[in-house]
Design a protein around this ligand. Structure first.
Ligand code: HEC
Ligand code: HEC
Length: 222
């Protein structure tokens, strides 16, 4: 039954009919209605670009002051707009808590239109290519682990980690240190904004070593 449900969720067919299994508070206030999807699709990338600049949303900083190649903060270029939009809404509503609260502060200043525009801008940028040479020592990426009822990562994140289906993010080329930290956060429940607890459930079955190896693997993918 669990496997059946998971595959429904994977296909996005379970939709909003499933109740949150693990908590009374919703994990996210974003509901993927056709209206919301169209709203995000119509985000204005040019406005988004202006909003990333210093002095527009953030008093003295630009988004690129933190989201750049040298920091350990997540890469935003080439990420799926729907995923980016959802994260910003979740930060604003407090459903996702940045440990340093920085993103919660920034997002609290953003309107929904601002978030759709920023999502459109970053979605249009070329994703940073990974360094190549990837191999997955865990076997979980494309096969999963039946004994633990662990689904293959690729069944949702795509065969090359490119992201898929509404709000499933791109992982390919993302920084290993960020991927590792955020998987640890899901496992410990510190990050709890994933709808239907999908990532918390998946991460709860992974060891430290597997998390490290999966993070490394996805960071090297193009
Ligand atoms: C002072 C540094 C800082 C600035 C400035 C900043 N961010 Fe962030 N951002 C972070 C950190 C740190 C995280 C990861 C926090 C966490 O683990 O939840 C993050 C996470 C995010 C995420 C989630 C990415 C993912 O893969 O889940 C998005 C989206 C985002 N930021 C967008 C923005 C945008 C848009 C701006 C400019 C309006 C911005 N950030 C400015 C530090 C910053
Ligand atoms: C059932 C579908 C599904 C499967 C299987 C799945 N994921 Fe995810 N994953 C998601 C969704 C949906 C999100 C976005 C959740 C949110 O909104 O926070 C996500 C988010 C993530 C993130 C956060 C990315 C970021 O930028 O912050 C990481 C890392 C991740 N998944 C890794 C994995 C790994 C590794 C596996 C395999 C062990 C896996 N996922 C299996 C659906 C899935």
């Amino acid at each position: 039954m669990k496997g059946f449900l998971l595959s429904l969720i994977c296909l996005g067919l379970a939709g909003p009919v499933l109740a949150e299994p693990s908590s009374e508070e919703p994990s996210s206030k974003v509901a993927w209605t056709l209206e919301t999807l169209n709203f995000v699709k119509k985000g204005n990338a040019e406005n988004g670009k202006i909003l990333t600049e210093s002095g527009k949303i953030l008093t003295a900083k630009s988004c690129a002051d933190c989201h750049n190649e040298t920091s350990s903060n997540p890469q935003l270029d080439g990420q799926l707009p729907t995923y980016l939009y959802k994260q910003l809404v979740d930060y604003k509503n407090g459903n996702r808590k940045d440990p340093a609260a920085t993103m919660n502060d920034w997002a609290s200043k953003l309107s929904e239109q601002n978030m759709a525009d920023l999502a459109a801008y970053y979605g249009k940028q070329a994703a940073k290519p990974g360094k190549g040479g990837a191999s997955d020592p865990t076997g979980i990426v494309s096969v999963g682990d039946g004994k633990r009822m662990e689904p293959a990562c690729s069944s949702c994140h795509g065969g090359s980690g490119q992201g898929e289906k509404v709000d499933t993010p791109r992982l390919a080329g993302q920084k290993a240190v960020y991927l590792e930290n955020t998987l640890l956060d899901y496992r410990e429940g510190k990050r709890a904004n994933d709808i239907y607890s999908r990532m918390r459930l998946i991460a709860s079955k992974l060891s430290d070593l597997e998390i490290e190896q999966l993070a490394k693997y996805y960071s090297t993918l193009d």
